[in-house]
Design a protein around this ligand. Sequence first.
Ligand SMILES: C[S@@+](CC[C@H](N)C(=O)[O-])C[C@H]1O[C@@H](n2cnc3c(N)ncnc32)[C@H](O)[C@@H]1O
Length: 342
Amino acid sequence: MSDPTAVLQAKPPRPQKSSPKPATLKRREPNASYQRRPDAQNSIAQAKAAVSSGSAKRGHGIPPRVLTFLGVSALTISMYCGYLYTSYTKEVSKAQSLNVPRDVSDRYNTTASTFDADVEISEKAMGLGKKRRDLVQMARGNVLEVSCGTGRNLPFYELGERRGIDNDGRAGVVGCRTVTFLDLSPQMIAITKEKFEKLHPAFSEVAFQAGDAGSVGPPTIARPGSASETLPPYFDTILQTMGLCSMPDPSATLRHLGSITEPTRGRILLLEHGRSHYDWLNRILDNLAPAHADRHGCWWNRDIGAIVRESGLEIVEEKRWHMGTTWRYVLRPKQDVEKPKS
Ligand SMILES: C[S@@+](CC[C@H](N)C(=O)[O-])C[C@H]1O[C@@H](n2cnc3c(N)ncnc32)[C@H](O)[C@@H]1O
């Protein structure tokens, strides 16, 4: 074996600093032989070996650091998915073992104080504020909001009657003349009342009732200064948002609401949540429904369309969002079709 240091020793001496010469590029003679440094020789030999073994194929192109990063990310994601799946199956078996009654509406008495904080983020993410606004602004005349909860629709009411163009494009009186808020939970209705008084201190044509939407009566607020006026037998608008999920018999409740809605121009406005367009999502909702109902007082897997059809009310408008889980309805009492006389 040759001594590698011999090559270093054979290097030409450096030019002396005291007599600097202008730098000139020497042209290398085509056949001039030169000696490579041993470390350079090693690198070349390694590269040749890699090429011949195929590990440095052209076109691979992904730097090792990126490959490492992708590998670690894939591992983390698969571990997280595994964790989610295990938690989901645990939750499902827990949910399925529960014996939850159909009527879970009493849960709101204990969750009232945290309700707003609990739903705030998901409502924002789903853009529900705009959907609430669009629906509530259709309310006019004597209005009843059932299952009003903590009053999440309060900011959107147009209070006070005025002349304008109504939802059917007709000139007439728009805005709310009176508003009655109703909720089964006294704790929830107390929060609505407190919020309303802060938001609309000057509006006095308002009532707050703790009671069942399935048996609520007609309006109880008379026009101010006219004590002799008989109260109207119907509401012009009945509004409910996210309420059908909490009732033991939602179709019967809707049917009752239809009976206290003005028969020709009266409307029932609903914004609800329930089953999706997709089977896979419905399976998840079904699997976890007992636990969700037990905790939050809401059956999130209900078929809102079927409930509405069963109520017998007439559908004026129907819309769905969020993979079909958010439902909006404009309904009215069934119009009696006059049969032609023979
Ligand atoms: C999911 S919360 C919805 C609250 C509110 N409407 C909203 O959009 O945020 C359901 C509400 O329905 C009320 N509720 C349940 N059953 C009811 C019934 N039979 N009559 C009136 N309110 C009822 C509950 O007390 C609760 O406040």
